[in-house]
Design a protein around this ligand. Structure first.
Ligand code: AMP
Length: 218
């Protein structure tokens, strides 16, 4: 049995993090912890957190560090993450979150942080065509020929466009990525934890590169 791993996957929105995390989670038998998925579930369930976060998410803003750190700290205490590790997707997104994550994980530190690198021009195209399954979070690319309701081939859920995949929100999120999240590349680079992986190519090619890079580091 694979020994598991504690990892963070960084990368612009639309770089393919969601797709690759699902596959990495199966390959390394570790939970995929996506803060975006957790927030969207809270919005759907109409919890206090969801109601507070909805407007921020739809506008492409960032939920406060305090709230996000609380959610992640609690999730990392669950047995699966304690025993096997995890792949964090969408967290940390600010240096404040990264510093807190180092505190939370001081007993079981991160093995590595991967930067899935795809240029901004390319992710813009991908995000406009992105569709996601409301139930399992699987990602698809619309070709423009789809008609009527789209059903997820994995779980039968509804495949829809995210409320925050509008041109305005996409640009805001990519700007926030440059100003708030890009500094994390330096933060993790300086401490020798960063592995950069080229995110261009087919999902299979990228997955192959990711698993090789990860296995080399473990
Ligand atoms: P994602 O699916 O990772 O693109 O996240 C969707 C949205 O959820 C983001 O645009 C933010 O509004 C919010 N969000 C997710 N993760 C975080 C985080 N770590 N810090 C702040 N906001 C977040």
């Amino acid at each position: 049995m694979n020994p598991g791993a504690r990892m963070v996957l960084l990368g612009r929105q639309g770089a393919g993090k969601g797709t690759q995390c699902v596959r990495l989670s199966r390959h390394f038998v570790i939970p995929h912890i996506s803060t975006g998925d957790m927030l969207r579930a809270a919005v759907r369930e109409g919890t206090e957190l969801g109601n507070m976060a909805k407007a921020i998410i739809d506008a492409g803003g960032l939920v406060s560090d305090d709230i996000m750190i609380g959610i992640v700290a609690e999730r990392l205490e669950v047995d699966d993450a304690r025993d096997r590790g995890y792949i964090l997707d969408g967290f940390p997104r600010t240096v404040g979150q990264a510093e807190s994550l180092d505190g939370i994980t001081s007993e079981r530190p991160l093995n590595m942080v991967i930067d899935l690198d795809v240029p901004r021009e390319l992710v813009l195209e991908r995000l406009s065509a992105r569709r996601v399954c409301r139930d399992c979070g699987a990602n698809f690319q619309a070709t423009g020929t789809e008609t009527g309701q789209w059903t997820c081939e994995n779980c039968g859920g509804d495949v829809v466009q995210r409320d925050d995949d509008t041109p305005d929100a996409i640009n805001r999120r990519l700007d926030l990525y440059e100003t708030q999240t890009q500094p994390l590349i330096d933060y993790y680079g300086k401490t020798g934890r960063l592995v950069t992986v080229d995110g261009l190519g087919s999902p299979d090619e990228v997955f192959d590169r990711l698993t090789k890079a990860i296995e080399q580091r473990l």
